[in-house]
Design a protein around this ligand. Sequence first.
Ligand code: SOE
Length: 387
Amino acid sequence: MEKIKSGIIGTGFIGPTHIEAIRRLGFVEVIGLAGHNKDTTEKKAAELGISKVYEHYRDMLQDSEIQVVHNCTPNHLHFEINKEIILEGKHVLSEKPLAISCKESSELLALAKKQNIVHGVNFNYRQFPIIKQLKAMIANEELGKVNLVHGSYLQDWLLFDTDFSWRLTAETGGKSRAVADIGSHWCDTVQYVLGKKIVEVFADLATVIPVRKKPVSNISTFGAHKAQDEVYEDITIDTEDYASVLVRFDDGTRGAFTVSQVSAGRKNKLEFEINGSQHSACWNQEEPEKLWIGHRDKANEILLADPSLFVPEARDSIHHPGGHNEGWPDALKNMMNNFYTYILEEKLPSSDRANFATFEDGHLSMCITEAILESHKKQKWVKVQDH
Ligand code: SOE
């Protein structure tokens, strides 16, 4: 069988993680890499064993061998590049946020549907096996009626004023940072698990570190290592480090979440707890193989991920026996597998039946982010609107 051929745009933290996940599938080949600087892209391509390096991403889009393009660029480039990929008739897997406004993401969604291409957004946390298990448990009403959902997504990689990244300024990262970057994952994962949509929000945002020191040298996401003699320039920060948001779902379920990138000790702690009328459940991404199940009338339980204990809907997402723990890179592999299987089977996704997040989910996420920004500004409840 001829392998599906793909190209990656972006050589930072996330592009190489896509490449590693794709390569584990066996039926897809990464043949090309494009980045903002030819020398660093060539170096990265050599390290990763990728044969073609393009002078410009548009050269990749013109390459008839490339069938699928992954957009792993900084946020401000997502809209333009996604649009060009779609217009070239290639399948697209975009990093989130899909664009930097709901108006733009709506245009991308309409275009992707018109061009009949497979479109995906990398909301990878819904691909953990235990998340699939919990989704099935909730659909089967094993927790009873869902009443409340609450949690957080906390990181510490931007804790110091000397931590810097392109994500920090609105110009390159978009108007929202913590909400768009990690709050979007919390909302996507929780909506997926519950099978409910967030329809209204009330938000409070804060920039804890209003002025940061930008190293004059190059820096990468999660790049904590700093030279002793590093030279800095002061930059005023126009995006949020922190947000707390009250949410209402379409069936009246209530919830709340906090996001922060300045919480010492928290590396990538996406956590949520669901309180049903009979039982509760809680999941923390940093210990992804465990699902806490809470009871009132008997001792609480920890379900350890194990295919032999899972419902059939969750079994496809787990690839090892219990105790052989699977984590972040494995969930990303599940994302790639589901996306590329659609391409292989020549299906077209609509978010009702796709087993991965599509541009529909990416657009909804943009609308939630915009409602959160508006709510913070107006200090009142705001409905999530499809602009
Ligand atoms: C940085 O906050 C980041 O890499 C996000 O951009 C990812 O989407 C998240 O999965 C981990 O943290």
